[in-house]
Design a protein around this ligand. Structure first.
Ligand SMILES: Cc1ncc(COP(=O)(O)O)c(C=O)c1O
Length: 480
């Protein structure tokens, strides 16, 4: 067996080159540096470079031309076939996904599986040691205060840091605009409860993150699915039509790097969305939990940046980029802030636990957050790109895949004959966990889709994808 180190070096070189090819630094038809040149430049052996080049060949990114060298043959990411805009029915419906979601969540906890499904951040990319050090120091320095009751809206020092950062995405929040919550899910839950009553209709992007569907189910709300494009999100025309024909009480979007779709609403369209909802006086619950994990030069804005009437309820959390276990999220709920604050008080009796809040506040204040974000953006950009390319290589014809510009999930449309629950069961039996498309729609819009998590990219990830591709092929063939 190869040592982990040698595997990592050639993989590292291959991954770096993949990124350069993806970004167009090496274009299709161009020659890569010769094996000898590369070995000198990287200070590694010829055989390590050969291994890296072979891996790139097997990824379909380069080809060897006899006596001439290695040439880029990768289609650009833009030429990967992507799923089409979703097309749900026109009527609202109750959500009833509890059993299915619980089953998928249980499998997420099984440590013996290769986890390609759950949208968990890569633990290696979280600032674990730094956070642990901050926690230890805080416990030593302010041992007593940490044990006193705190009440919503939450720790002022954290709200100050969040407000300071809001200029980066086009907002000018004040600490008083913010309520700290126990994670992003709680933020969304509180916002829903602040503006809706059981039976009310909430218009949502579809597919939609199943945690939010769970919240709709728990509160007896009805979901009205709106067609959503894998690149630019919710269709405004369809949304307007839906609003004109239904008493919509709130609209809910994941504005940047939708889970599972990967879509991001372009900034100009965010403005149009806010203006549309202003005309009908409908609150917009905006989920931006992955907003910091962008692969472009600049951070995309949020709908909240265009909010003039206080109708936008922006929700986020630190679960994707700092630690999901600290359970710290927040919302800037505009004119519904007091109601949200009250609901937070009634649901947890006090504020979110103090130590996690103080830890995140200290991390943001001490300046390491941006360097950390730059690092994880690079890693996730590379992993997502590798995941999309690799799916297209190993999965049969008829497969489509998204190419998100942020976050770390990839949404895969399988050939029509492949049922994602059947694949889910086979994959589990083969030691692989995926998330079937069924859990992302209350009306089963996505039976032929799966969500994959690209947070981690290792040799084992690639092999698991290859195996999954084989299973999809078998299912396609057995249906023929
Ligand atoms: C879109 C989206 N919203 C909310 C959450 C939950 O965030 P938190 O763990 O902070 O509650 C997730 C986690 O997967 C998510 O993907």
């Amino acid at each position: 067996m190869k040592s982990k180190t040698s595997q990592l070096i050639y993989e590292q070189i291959a991954n770096r080159l993949t990124e350069l090819i993806e970004r167009g630094t090496y274009r299709p038809g161009q020659r890569l540096p010769s094996v000898r040149q590369m070995s000198r430049r990287q200070a590694v052996s010829i055989s390590t470079v050969l291994q890296a080049y072979r891996l790139l060949e097997s990824r379909g990114l380069i080809e060897a031309r006899p006596q001439s060298g290695y040439y880029v043959c990768a289609p650009s990411r833009n030429s990967l076939p992507e799923p089409e805009i979703s097309s749900p029915g026109p009527d609202p419906c109750r959500v009833s996904l509890q059993e299915l979601i619980l089953m998928v969540l249980r499998d997420t906890l099984n440590p013996n599986l290769a986890h390609l499904g759950a949208a968990l951040p890569n633990i290696e990319l979280l600032p674990v040691e730094r956070i642990n050090r901050i926690m230890a120091a805080l416990s030593r320095q302010s041992g007593r205060e940490l044990h006193e009751y705190q009440f919503p809206p939450g720790l002022e020092s954290l709200r100050i840091e969040i407000a300071r950062r809001s200029a980066m995405y086009g907002c000018s929040l004040s600490p008083n605009d913010i309520v700290i919550t126990s994670g992003g899910n709680e933020a969304i839950d509180l916002c829903l409860r602040a503006v809706c009553w059981p039976g009310d209709i909430v218009a949502i992007e579809t597919p939609m993150y199943f945690g939010t569907l769970q919240a709709l189910e728990t509160h007896g709300l009805r979901a009205l699915e709106i067609p959503t494009h894998p690149r630019d999100g919710i269709s405004l025309e369809a949304l307007q039509f839906a609003i004109e024909h239904n008493p919509v009480k709130a609209v809910l979007v994941i504005s940047n790097f939708n889970n599972p779709l990967g879509s991001s609403i372009p900034d100009e369209k965010k403005k149009e969305l806010v203006q549309l909802l202003e005309r009908y006086d409908i609150p917009l619950i905006e989920n931006d939990v992955s907003g910091e994990i962008y692969f472009t030069q600049e951070r995309p804005t949020v709908c909240k940046a265009f909010d003039r009437k206080g109708l936008v309820m922006l929700c986020s959390s630190f679960s994707k980029d700092i630690s999901p276990a600290l359970r710290v999220g927040w919302t800037a709920a505009g004119k519904f802030k007091s109601q949200v604050e009250w609901l937070k008080f009634t649901s947890t009796g006090a504020a979110t636990a103090t130590l996690p809040q103080a830890t995140i506040a200290e991390f943001l204040k001490s300046g390491g957050y941006d360097a950390h974000l730059r690092r994880i953006r690079r890693e996730y950009a590379r992993n997502v790109s590798l995941m999309s390319q690799t799916v297209m290589r190993y999965f049969p014809e008829g497969t489509r895949v998204t190419r998100p510009m942020g976050g770390f999930v990839v949404w895969v449309q399988l050939p029509d004959t492949v049922d994602s629950l059947e694949l889910y069961k086979r994959a589990l039996a083969g030691g692989i966990a995926i998330t079937p498309g069924y859990v992302f729609s209350p009306t089963n819009q996505f039976p032929h889709f799966i969500r994959l998590n690209a947070a981690e990219w290792t040799y084992a990830t690639e092999r698991a994808l290859e195996k999954l591709g084989e299973m999809v092929k078998e299912l396609t063939e057995s249906a023929a």
